[in-house]
Design a protein around this ligand. Structure first.
Ligand code: GDP
Ligand code: IMO
Ligand code: MG
Length: 421
């Protein structure tokens, strides 16, 4: 039996999942997104073009590949419409190879408003949400008040929408004008027509049939494990399970049908939004990583916080996901550095530990191993044999520490800038 492979982020998102999926897609018949929503921004670059996808799976540029938006995703029809228009402007015909799960929940016009209200009320404690309505949409899903894509096929959809909105009447009455709710609703209902142009599927049946027919499926994650609702630095997390198990619940795949777990990690760390970040750099080095790595959010444009690679955290996420191979990205950003550091231990309350403490307010002092820089440009390297020795030693150190092989090294944003290890 051919198994489903999963590709997911091992840090706080933006590890290069879009590029990773795009590079691997020629080996797959299907790419299926399993969680998250338009909070994601997955960048793809090829033929001199850069494109950012939010809801649509990153296999969309490969015509022969079926792309599925799974039940675990939350879809904003308005953002979906914009994305479709963007793809069509590039000559892509997404109606041919994109299918949507009827069971995927929708982000309703008032969800982003509720996100904004919640963040405002939190003040200094705000999460730094992308304000796309992710938490309110997943909250309504868990609260059994959500509306799903399949609901728009029903005659009483409008009544269902009004019923879903009713529970928030009191909070919305004070902010609906400020946020133009009525206008947002009009745009939303119009955008449903674009959604209707696509094939809605009972994706759990379809995905399992594809597996039975020996089709090769890549499940595409969004965000990263350190933003997982259960295992991230709660409450500074997103609202879905970003770990490998999310592929089971977000697509309807039994665990024994999963195969390779391809984890993608940057050679350093970034985080956008609030929350603990033990290896964060506030000095020149942090500034260099942000500048050389162009670390500004693909969805919100916010500057990303930057710091050294955290191997304590990487080991934790390898454990949670059962990662079988790692794609290491953006090492080229550190090409000019005399030395690079990796965190191998934390000091917590005066004691060394290799575990992430429960209490996120705990002060963590990272212990670093310093590794000599490779001081050569990686960007033109295309073969493992041509990789500088110092860089190979750096990779070996990571592999030995987390006990997982690095299968690819990405040396630039373009599809072609990839080295098989
Ligand atoms: P994703 O959310 O995981 O898909 O990642 P993003 O697209 O949000 O952010 C990754 C950014 O790094 C994008 O701008 C990519 O084009 C870029 N990128 C990906 N891989 C590499 C790499 O190996 N080197 C460099 N310099 N940039 C990369
Ligand atoms: P991709 O798929 C990086 C972060 C937000 C915030 C927290 C909660 O591109 O890697 P939310 O909007 O989900 O309520 O925000 O999670 N966040 C991301 N950070 N990459 C992402 O996606 C993210 N999606 C959400 O910045 O800290
Ligand atoms: Mg991103």
């Amino acid at each position: 039996m051919i198994k489903v492979n999963v590709l997911l982020g091992l840090q706080w998102g933006d590890e290069g999942k879009g590029k990773g999926v795009d590079v691997l897609t020629p080996d797959y018949d299907v790419v299926a997104r399993f969680q998250g929503g338009p909070n994601a921004g997955h960048s793809l670059e090829f033929n001199g073009m850069k494109h950012v996808l939010h809801l649509i799976p990153s296999g969309i540029f490969h015509e022969q590949c079926i792309n599925i938006i799974g039940n675990g995703v939350v879809i904003d029809p308005v953002i979906f419409k914009k994305e479709i228009e963007g793809l069509r402007a590039l000559g892509v015909k997404p109606e041919k190879n994109l299918k949507i799960s009827r069971k995927a929940h929708m982000i309703l016009p008032f969800h982003p408003l509720l996100d904004a209200v919640s963040e405002t009320l939190k003040g200094e404690q705000k999460i730094g949400s992308t304000l796309k309505g992710i938490a309110p949409a997943y909250r309504d899903k868990a609260g059994r008040d959500g509306l799903r894509v399949g609901d728009i096929e029903l005659n009483d959809f409008k009544a269902r929408y009004l019923a879903a909105r009713k529970q928030y009447d009191s909070v919305l009455s004070s902010v609906s004008d400020t946020y133009n709710l009525t206008e947002r609703e009009e745009i939303f209902f119009k955008a449903l027509d674009t959604l209707r142009e696509f094939e809605f599927i009972d994706s759990e049946y379809e995905v399992n049939e594809l597996i039975d027919n020996n089709k090769r499926i890549l499940a595409e994650g969004a965000q990263g494990t350190l933003l997982d609702i259960d295992f991230g630095s709660y409450p500074f997390v997103t609202s879905s399970n970003t770990i490998c198990g999310g592929a089971c619940t977000g697509l309807g795949i039994a665990p024994h049908r999963l195969g390779e777990v391809i984890g993608i990690a940057k050679a350093y760390c970034t985080r956008v939004g609030a929350g603990p970040f033990p290896t964060e750099l506030f000095d020149d080095m942090g500034q260099k990583l942000r500048e050389y790595g162009r670390e500004f959010g693909s969805t919100t444009g916010r500057p990303r916080r930057c710091g050294w690679l955290d191997l304590v955290a990487l080991k934790y996420v390898v454990m949670l996901n059962g990662v079988t191979q790692i794609i290491l990205t953006k090492a080229d950003v550190m090409d000019t550095f005399d030395e690079v550091k990796v965190c191998t231990k934390y000091i917590v309350n005066g004691k060394e530990t290799e575990r992430i403490p429960f209490d996120i307010t705990t002060k963590i002092e990272p212990v670093y191993k310093t590794i000599p820089g490779w001081k050569t440009s990686l960007s033109d390297v295309r073969k493992k044999e041509d990789m500088p020795k110092a860089f190979m030693e750096y990779v070996k150190f990571i592999e030995d520490f987390v006990k997982v092989p690095v299968s690819f090294v990405s040396v630039g944003p373009d599809r072609a800038e990839t080295v098989k290890m």
